[in-house]
Design a protein around this ligand. Structure first.
Ligand SMILES: Cc1ncc(COP(=O)(O)O)c(C=O)c1O
Length: 436
């Protein structure tokens, strides 16, 4: 192994200040130097153990021995690209596409969620001949210039320049804070009507729709569960107007939502293109796009899609090991059971604590929205930050998000247990008592 000098927190911060991308943030007021991970736990340089409730990338647990062994073994044998025939690539393509409903049967391999979504934009353009895109407010789809254009989270945030003319933003289908709320049984359809309106106005102006991008549960938008009928109604409108529907499963795929392998299944729809990332390689940088034969064929215009690292033998070995572990350890069922316990206990806390405005989620993808006034649903970003900092000092790692920065996000490795949930709930309750 290359020599790595052990440095103090202050020294590392100093080197970051001098030599690293200056707009890179560090978590927590008192930053952590993490040196080891195992399962759902992280360990700092002093040997303290932290419960990781943030990392949905290390999906089957940090440094899962099976995944590590698969990577090491393949790295010691061969790592090339997809222009040679390799059993690993064939096996992985078969196993991954088998996880999807018909007619999703063709996969493309890439390395990051951004690459997957960029490719989805190109596939959609090839299949539809259109260039107009619809995205949901506050969404994040990636960091390339093209994806910042369909990521209101970025282009409407600090340093952003707003949406370009070919991007059309529809309201967040948020039942707690949005245009139509929890007591409106038709909210999903009413939110979807905004998608339909965009489609109709594009038709009127003679512009061609390419794709509707939507995360199957909204992450940066504040852990939003889509209301019933939203995607079904929106997809119908998009398809009627010649567009394709892209489900971004980069945050929520691979069984995290418990009831299904893919979160779009919660809405009883089949997208035309699905993008996968983060959990797919348990921390190894890989991603994929799954689509139909028809769309894949439409992309055959003579220009090859070649991705140097996408689908390499090491990535395929790791991806296969992740699928094996999800299956063998029944992590999807585990996410359902643990998530249900967590959700119901959080809802009990919500009844006792005025500052919890809303608790929502599916499986191990949960949001707790904090408010300073329940009646007017006044967002409490300062309170949410305080909770995260206090929990960090109780060895539990959390993060916040949402348009008002007041939603505490819960998306731990899928090995997160009932005992972990109990530990979190007791510390979280104590922190709320301390603050309010
Ligand atoms: C929903 C969603 N899509 C895409 C991306 C981009 O993935 P990556 O950071 O791997 O490029 C992210 C990253 O946070 C994301 O949350």
């Amino acid at each position: 192994m290359g020599t790595i000098t052990q440095r103090s927190v202050a020294d590392i911060l100093d080197i970051r200040r001098r030599h690293l991308n200056p707009n890179l943030s560090v978590s927590y007021q008192q930053p952590l130097k993490i040196v080891k991970g195992s399962g759902q736990y992280l360990f700092d340089d002093k040997g303290n153990r932290f419960l990781d409730m943030v990392n949905n990338v290390c999906h089957v647990g940090h440094c899962h021995p099976r995944v590590v062994a698969a990577g090491v073994e393949q790295m010691g044998k061969l790592n090339t690209n997809t222009r040679y025939l390799h059993d690993g690539l064939a096996e992985y393509a078969l196993r991954l596409t088998a996880q999807f409903p018909d007619p999703l049967e063709v996969c493309f391999f890439a390395c990051t969620g951004t690459e997957a979504n960029d490719l989805a934009i190109r596939l959609a353009a090839a299949a539809t001949g259109g260039d107009q895109l619809i995205c949901v407010d506050h969404a994040y789809h990636g960091h390339s210039p093209t994806l910042i254009e369909i990521s209101p989270y970025k282009h409407n945030g600090s340093g952003g320049a707003g949406a370009p003319d070919h991007v059309h933003t529809v309201p967040v289908p948020d039942l707690y804070r949005g245009l139509y709320r929890e007591n409106d049984k038709t909210a999903g359809q009413r939110y979807a009507q905004h998608v339909q309106q965009v489609c109709e106005s594009l038709s009127v102006s003679g512009k061609r729709l390419s794709a509707f991008f939507c995360e199957s549960l909204l992450g940066c938008g504040g852990q939003i569960v889509l209301p019933p009928d939203y995607l079904r109604t929106a997809y119908q409108a998009v398809r009627r107007h010649g567009g394709v529907c892209v489900a971004d499963e980069v945050q929520v795929g691979f069984g995290r939502v418990g009831k299904h392998a893919w979160a779009f299944e919660l809405q009883d729809v089949v997208p035309d293109i699905v993008t996968l990332g983060k959990p797919i390689g348990n921390g190894h940088p890989m991603s994929a796009v799954i689509t139909t034969r028809k769309i894949a064929d439409a992309f055959m215009n003579g220009m090859e899609y070649f991705n140097t690292f996408g689908g390499n033998p090491v990535s395929c070995a790791i991806g296969l090991a992740v699928l094996d572990v999800i299956e063998e350890e029944q992590l999807q069922q585990h996410a359902l059971e643990t998530g249900n316990v967590l959700l119901s206990r959080l809802r009990e806390l919500e009844r006792r604590h005025e500052l919890i405005g809303d608790v929502r989620g599916e499986g191990l993808f949960i949001g707790i929205e904090l408010v300073s006034d329940r009646q007017i649903r006044e967002p409490d970003a300062a309170g949410a930050d305080k909770v995260v900092e206090l929990m960090r000092h109780r060895d539990i790692l959390l993060s916040t998000d949402g348009p008002d920065h007041n939603v505490i996000k819960i998306k731990p490795p899928m090995t997160f247990s009932i005992e972990d949930a109990e530990w979190f709930l007791s510390e979280f309750g104590a922190v709320l008592d301390e603050i309010y």
